[in-house]
Structures are given as C-alpha cells and as structure tokens.
Write a protein that binds this ligand. Sequence first.
Ligand code: NAD
Length: 364
Amino acid sequence: MKKNIALIPGDGIGPEIMAEAKKVLDAVARRFSHEFSYTQIIAGGCAIDQFQNPLPKKSLDDCLSSDAVLLASVGGPKWDSVDASIRPEKALLGLRSGLGTYANLRPAKIFPQLASSCPLKNEIVKDSIDILIVRELTGGIYFGKRGRSPDGKEAFDTEIYSDWEIERILKVGFESSLKRRKKLCLVDKANILESSRLWREIAKKMSPDYPDVELSFMYVDNAAMQLVRNPSQFDVIVTSNMFGDILSDEASQITGSIGMLPSASLGESGPALFEPIHGSAPDIAGKGCANPLAMILSCAMLLRYGFDMDEEADLIENSVEKILDEGYRTFDIAGLEADELRAKGKLVGTVQMGDLVVSQILDK
Ligand code: NAD
C-alpha cells in the first residue's frame, strides 16, 4: 500500500524521537512491502523562529493533503516569553481544529515488564492493565456557552451535546472495542446530567449494531475510583470532553511511564493525528537519552487507526514488548536497576532503542 505521512518533529527531544519513529515505519514498510513516503513539516517553536508563526499555512496544508500526521512534541522554555497569540502550543490547537479531530484515543497500558513503575499496589497490578480512553474532543462544557452575571458574582459554563456529536464519538468507541477485548464502558453522570442521559439513550440505541461488544455504564465519580481500585476491569472507556480530560490523565499516571504512552486524534474524514502524550522534555533534549517508545507506539496507532493495518501495528507493539522482555531500558524506565542495567549493557539511549525495535521488526 502507498501512503504519505506528514512528520512534525517539532522541538526539544522531538527531532530525536521522530528519527527513530521514521526508522520503525521504514522497517514496517520493508517487511510488508508498503511504500511510505514522508513530508517534513515545520511547526511549533522552530516555526516561530523561522516564520514568526507556530503553524504556517503551508504546514497545515501539507498535513491536510497527507494520509496521516505524526507529531513528536512542540514547545520549550525558549518560547515561554513570546506573545500568547503565537505560542508553540497554538500549533497543536491549529492542527486539531484544522484536521477536525473530534475523537481523542489515549491508551493507558502497564507493560508487565515495567509494573514496578506503577504507583499502585502489586496486588492491584497483578492482572494486566490495558485501557483505551476515547474522549470527545470538540464539544461539551469546554465549548458551551459561558458567562458572568453583570456584577461578576455568578458564572456559568454549559455542557451541551447534540445527538450527532454523541453518535459519532460512540461509533469510535464501539469500533475501537471491536479491535480490542470488545468491552465498552460509557462513563457519564446520568444520575444528575440531562446531557449524560442523552449519551446513554443513544448508546443503548446503537448497541444492537455491535452485538459482539459488551456495553456497560458507569458514573464518573465511580470510574475515577475504579481506575485506582480495579483498573483491569476496563477495556475501552468512552466519555465526554471534560470527563475524558480528567480520566485520561488519571489513567496515564497509573502506568507510571510517561515515555511509553501514545495517543491518536481522529476526525470524520481526512488525515488523523498521532503523537506521544509527553511534551518536548527540554531538560533532556540533545542528550540522546530520550525514550522513543511512546513515539514508536504512536506509529503503531497510526497504522492501526489511520491505515487499518492491524498486523503491522501488532508487530510494532510485540517488538516493543520483546525488547522490554530482553531487559533493555532507557533511563526513564530503568528505575532503581539503572546501574545494574548499565553494567550489563542494557541501559540504552534513544538511537539504540530505535535500532533494537527495528531489528525485532525485521526479525534479525
Ligand atoms: P514533558 O512531558 O516534556 O516532561 C515531563 C518530564 O518527563 C520531564 O522530566 C521529561 O524529561 C520527562 N520525559 C518526557 N518525555 C520523555 C521521554 N520520551 N523520555 C524520557 N523522559 C521523558 O512535560 P513538561 O516539562 O511539562 O513540558 C515541556 C514542554 O513541552 C513545554 O513547553 C510544554 O508546553 C510542552 N508540551 C508539549 C506537548 C505536545 O507537544 N503535545 C505536550 C505537553 C507539553
């Protein structure tokens, strides 16, 4: 299959981890006889330096004409004092609205090999934790009507959802479940909120179209508790913008490894956006020690959700697991064993970690 992928290396560790992601995509293309071509896109702080604009029009146009967009990370202290209207983060907002992405997919997985990084007790982590949070991204209370009373002593924000917005995000939830363990939990506050009751009604109406998916419902306060008490019970969680914002951060924290988590933002049509959840890590940029695995796992999401290449995505994910099984770690996931791993030659840098994944993919 021929595909063009827009690559946005961005700032900080971005270019270092993007180089490893590209190597991995090339290896997958070789193994499966695909033709991947790449368009290099400038966005973030580096675009401010060159064009005084974090997302030049040509950058967005090039993304829109690609088949998928892979973003590393943007921002850093160098641009902290630039005018708010051109801050690097504006590139992210511009990309998300330009690509029309309304569904944010954030997996939270504890790799058994890294279970010791999880802040939860061992007996809670003993069953595997592998959750996908599907968050509605362009509606709800963050976009509803808001205001203040004339005397400024009252304020309001509005949670508002239309049936079509709910239906399209639930569809992503159901279809993502089909690619996984076929369990979908709608998290809401239907005991209080009318908008949540509409979500439930629509979910129940759609459920017969997905007979293989087990649909359940949970109130958000309970879900926040269950994520730390018994996270293994969840497969896919689908929820509104604000609840998803909070729960996806909670879920990523229980994994304990920010350098391991990818994400996807999907739109109605057109290219989707794939990126690690971490930032540009300016404290370690240029040192060659950044963990490229979240970026590499974002490539797996790109292949699975962007191109429907499940086998290729599985191969990347299994290769990462094998490397971890063999004991290789970057410093951020080495924990207390860093010295021992260094002595054994298993404490590796960004490029070495990328090379290890490539070797697994090519089965060398
Ligand atoms: P961060 O995620 O960049 O870093 C937090 C901590 O995690 C740091 O100690 C960092 O060294 C470490 N870390 C992050 N990724 C790592 C990796 N792959 N390997 C090893 N260690 C890693 O968050 P921050 O420090 O709050 O933000 C730094 C900059 O990134 C800011 O300018 C922020 O605005 C930007 N940011 C960008 C994005 C994005 O591009 N999507 C997201 C979040 C933050």
